[in-house]
Write a protein that binds this ligand. Sequence first.
Ligand SMILES: [Zn+2]
Length: 282
Amino acid sequence: MIVEEARGIFSVPHSAAEGKNVIVLGQKAAVAIDVGAYPEEGRQMADFIRERGYTPNRVIITHGHRDHILGGEDFLGADVYGPRKTVEEIQRQIPGLAKQMGLSEEQIDARILHPTITFENQLWIDLGNRQLHLFPTPGHSPDIVSVYISDCRLLVASDTVVTGIVPAIFHSSAALEASIQRLRQLDIETLIPGHGPVLHGQAVVRDWLNWTSSYIGGVRSAVRSMIAAGERDRAAILASISYDEHVGGRLPVHKHGMPKRHRNAVGKIADEEMTAKCCGWA
Ligand SMILES: [Zn+2]
């Protein structure tokens, strides 16, 4: 169900782990933020934009992961705003996606919504009565950006902040912590995450940002103490940094392969710590 989360800003659910795309309506134009993984997911966004009297000709891609870029068939030919790094990120992923989906690289390439208007550090998009501020929040991936809309103090966090799954760290846990620290400086009344329930209310938003960074920090210090105590077996580290202790009731354990997502986060942080110490795994 498409939900109006703040005046003229709508969350649009998609199929990947309670995924959320977004539509922003302004005086001059409407903008879709991410398009999901399947053409029908982007299509419901384009249809909604048309129903509201706009043309579906502007899209923001927050980063180059499949569940954000593959549903854009109905937006082909639109202005696609995206970080410059996303262009490289997409190229890097095409061979893997082709294999996963049993299609040729050309077929995958044709389905992807490629950024046509790229930027390095930040970008402002002016919709007349409101401005969208795009800025980097790396950590989940190297290329990812968040979108802040100050007139209603709303943050589209993409996968930098997820509320329905354990944080997925493909790039760097330290970068992700720094990005969350940056988000904590913003005045946020509503936060639309990349996956999971939308958060309303400053206190609720603050609490979730705090929990996310304490989860990452907590896992890292547990990893560090084990390494400091001489542990060199990755599997032993994965087994002893438990879901119950570090996630517990914060997220529903039975959904979205949650314990595996926790193990992935622990594994990534353990790898980072072992590389930092230049000793590698036994
Ligand atoms: Zn992602």
